[in-house]
Write a protein that binds this ligand. Structure first.
Ligand code: HMG
Ligand code: MG
Length: 364
């Protein structure tokens, strides 16, 4: 039996809902996050700060974050909330909400300027006054200031940043309107500012096991090369994503071996399987055998990707939990409660319940 703890990253509120055509109210999304927080999950990706014209469904993410900050969902233990963002504009929008909701905006000392910050005359601050703010006449262009946030902890819960790039040029262009190299260039300041503010960074690599535009044979060496670069840039975790669900057992094994050969450690990897071809749990088994202990999933099997035509949901959290528990692994997640949530949210958005284990649990 697999006695280990396996961490589940619930991405339903973000990956699960972002692709829904009918607009879902912010209240429903907030309710979803609240219910999920009560299931024993440790990590929830709750929204994204992307361009609302590109992904209209995520436009209410600021309200979801404000709600979590001002009245934290009750949970059996502290939750890590993750927020997906593509660029520094997203980070700015995110930090604005982090630092202005739920508490007075300036009730903490202004962080000291970074020692490497060197774009103008010395800031007019005194080390004896922790509340000193840069003088507006210091000549420092405010645009050049590092993006700041007081800390990533609020009310005992933690907040983290997720970023994403693609392993193929076609998908990169479609999803983020830039090349892979431009993504990496965008991430350098984004990651530096996130980490400076104390926010761990998760980095997704999309289309790692197949691309809707370039086919099933994504080069595993390209994925490994990107994973190494992202880790070197300061990523804390790489989520390796089978965006299209084209991944097979042999391809998954090969990819994981290639990542290992490139020096990427299992503890730095999460696997993110979409279940379009019904292979997600098989690929999960391969990954468990390889030593991976973090998996992404969405309650009710919600999900898809707006730029991956035909992609269906992430592997359902209920199915993942059922499989993991059958192997003796500990997830901390209450399957019955998760199944109730899957049934509720898929009904709420007018979809069939996409989880076999969820449907079976509900009909017991
Ligand atoms: P762009 O049009 O090239 O952006 O989009 P730009 O930098 O040229 O800016 C154009 C305008 O957008 C400007 O406004 C910016 O301010 C604004 P204007 O001056 O014209 O008024 N803007 C923003 N507004 C709000 N939030 C922002 C933002 N950035 C710029 N963050 C961009 C480039 C990356 C922004 C766009 O392509 C985008 O938002 N893409 C997001 C796509 C997305 O969310 N995809 C789904 C998530 S990834 C996924 O699902 C895969 C994953 O699950 C893993 C897997 O399964 O593969 C993670
Ligand atoms: Mg995804």
């Amino acid at each position: 039996a697999l006695a280990d703890h396996v961490r589940i990253v619930e991405v339903g509120p973000r990956d699960g809902l972002q692709n829904e055509k009918s607009s879902i109210s912010a209240e429903t999304k907030i309710e979803l996050v609240r219910r999920l927080a009560g299931t024993g999950l440790e990590t929830i990706e709750a929204g994204s700060f992307v361009h609302p014209k590109w992904v209209p469904q995520m436009a209410a993410s600021d309200r979801i974050l404000s709600s979590i900050l001002s009245s934290p969902p009750s949970s059996p233990h502290p939750i890590t909330y993750q927020w997906l963002l593509p660029n520094v504009k997203g980070l700015d929008n995110y930090f604005k909400v982090m630092d202005n909701a739920g508490s007075a905006p300036h009730d903490y000392p202004t962080p000291p300027p970074s020692p490497t910050h060197d774009s103008g005359p010395a800031l007019n601050t005194s080390s004896s006054d922790p509340n000193a703010v840069p003088s507006s006449t210091s000549g420092v262009d405010s645009m050049a200031q590092p993006r700041q946030s007081a800390s990533n902890e609020r009310n005992g819960h933690k907040h983290e940043v997720s970023i994403f790039l693609a392993a193929t040029e076609s998908f990169s262009k479609k999803n983020t309107n830039c090349t892979i190299q431009e993504s990496l260039d965008r991430f350098a300041p984004l990651m530096a500012d996130s980490r400076k503010a104390g926010y761990p960074v998760r980095a997704y690599i999309s289309v790692a096991l197949g691309c809707p535009f370039e086919g099933p044979d994504t080069d595993p060496h390209k994925v490994a090369d990107l994973a190494v670069k992202l880790m070197e840039m300061g990523a804390d975790e790489i989520s390796v994503a089978d965006t299209t669900g084209m991944g097979t057992a042999p391809a998954t094994r090969k990819l994981l071996q290639t990542l290992r050969d490139a020096g990427v450690r299992n503890e730095d990897i999460a696997m993110h399987f979409h279940d379009t071809f019904g292979q997600a749990l098989i690929n999960t088994m391969i990954s468990l055998d390889h030593g991976i202990r973090t998996f992404d999933s969405a309650v009710g099997g919600l999900g898809g990707c707006p730029y991956s035509p035909g992609a269906t949901g992430n592997v359902a959290t209920e199915d993942l939990v059922y499989t993991l528990h059958s192997l003796g692994a500990k997830t901390g997640v209450d399957l019955e409660e998760m199944s109730r949530i899957g049934d509720w949210i898929t009904g709420e958005i007018g979809k069939g319940n996409g989880s076999s284990a969820g449907r079976a649990t509900m009909s017991r």
